[in-house]
Design a protein around this ligand. Structure first.
Ligand SMILES: Nc1ncnc2c1ncn2[C@@H]1O[C@H](COP(=O)(O)OP(=O)(O)O)[C@@H](O)[C@H]1O
Ligand SMILES: [Mg+2]
Length: 337
């Protein structure tokens, strides 16, 4: 693996954290075996990408890589999708169609969301994996298949086995080689590279030159917990490339969901409550509250006035006036936004 932290066949797989490096190294080791691999990880952690990397690292790389999600399909649909059907097998089966297993012949099939496959279907899958043959729905021919099977699961299948929701025999057959992908929040070191990689990629796709990225942008990305993992981060970067018109990608270009996340957590605005004294200066007290809230909004939005105004639900120009009045200019970003 290259020391730059970017490892891949065509440099699309990014990661420098120890845990991802360990995964990349492991993929190289197991690439050429024909054993089944079970990739476990939350949604968006890169399961399909790793499955593809396994395929690319194997001698099957010149044959097809066929990903298929088992999530949304009904049972008949999964069956027809995986094994194919002959004309007239069911209503709507107007012509013969090969299934994904047949399409993957000689290559690798990636069965994603295996945790969503119902028990009855699990039996059929097990039989296929044991016999290495399939029969199309409504067909009578037995077709031999030579495929490497990589599966993806967002749940712990061992736990599902314990709960009686997943067949133990199938679990052992699929989980010959386990790979666990950590969620992005457990490998934040990967975030700066990923941000750079995706922002560059999406500007390029728009036919534009890459632009420098302000460190504040990366910081905002580092603070956010990324429940949707790399997929969510990628989408945020795509949005930036679509909407940013600045020469440098700045904090103001970061989607509000990412930026204002802290809003909900530790960075609540501080508004002090005072015991009731015998007299009080309303003006002084209002000024104090206003100073606190504006400082807070500027802090959370990285000094960006438009974002801060959005947070405070006032116009940007109003915020500008108040910043001046309260002498808070030092908290606002210097570059005009
Ligand atoms: N380490 C990574 N480097 C580059 N792109 C990644 C990485 N991990 C995930 N991605 C991208 O994030 C998106 C989601 O990844 P995917 O493999 O579909 O996740 P999953 O199957 O776990 O839901 C894809 O566009 C993928 O290319
Ligand atoms: Mg997936």
């Amino acid at each position: 693996m290259a020391d730059t932290g970017t490892y891949s066949v065509d440099s699309i797989v990014v990661g420098r954290s120890a845990r991802m490096r360990a995964v990349f190294d492991f993929v190289r080791v197991i690439g050429d075996s024909d054993s089944s691999v079970l990739v476990t990880g939350e949604t968006g952690t890169g399961k399909e990408m790793i499955a593809n990397l396994i395929h690319q690292s194997s001698s099957r790389r010149h044959k097809p890589f066929v990903p298929v999600s088992c999530a949304i399909l009904s049972e008949t649909l999964i069956e027809s999708e995986l094994f194919g059907h002959e004309r007239g097998a069911f209503t709507g089966a107007i012509k013969d169609r090969p299934g994904r297993f047949e399409m993957a012949h000689g290559g690798t099939i990636f069965l994603d969301d295996i945790d969503d496959v119902p028990l009855s279907m699990q039996v059929k899958l097990l039989r296929v994996l044991q016999n290495r043959t399939i029969e199309r729905l409504g067909g009578s021919r037995v077709i031999a298949i030579d495929v490497r099977v990589v599966t993806g699961s967002k749940k712990d299948l061992r736990q599902m086995v314990a709960e009686g929701k997943f067949r133990e025999d199938l679990y052992y057959r699929l989980n010959v080689i386990p790979i666990v992908l950590p969620p992005l929040r457990e490998r934040r070191e990967d975030i700066p590279m990923l941000v750079e990689h995706f922002i560059k990629r999406y500007f390029k796709r728009r036919g534009e030159d890459p632009r420098p990225i302000s460190p504040a942008v990366v910081q905002a990305f580092m603070r956010y917990p990324w429940p949707g993992n790399v997929r969510e981060l990628e989408n945020a970067c795509e949005r930036i490339a679509q909407t940013c018109t600045c020469e440098t990608v700045r904090i103001g270009c970061v989607p509000s969901t990412v930026l204002f996340h802290k809003y909900a957590e530790e960075q609540q605005p501080i508004v002090e409550t005072h015991a009731h004294p015998s007299s009080v200066s309303l003006d002084d007290r209002l000024k104090e509250v206003e100073t606190n809230l504006i400082s807070w909004a500027l802090k959370v939005s990285g000094g960006n006035k438009s974002k801060a105004a959005e947070l405070l639900q006032i116009k940007r120009s109003t915020l500008g006036d108040r910043i001046k009045k309260l002498s808070l200019d030092h908290l606002a970003e210097e570059v005009a936004d």
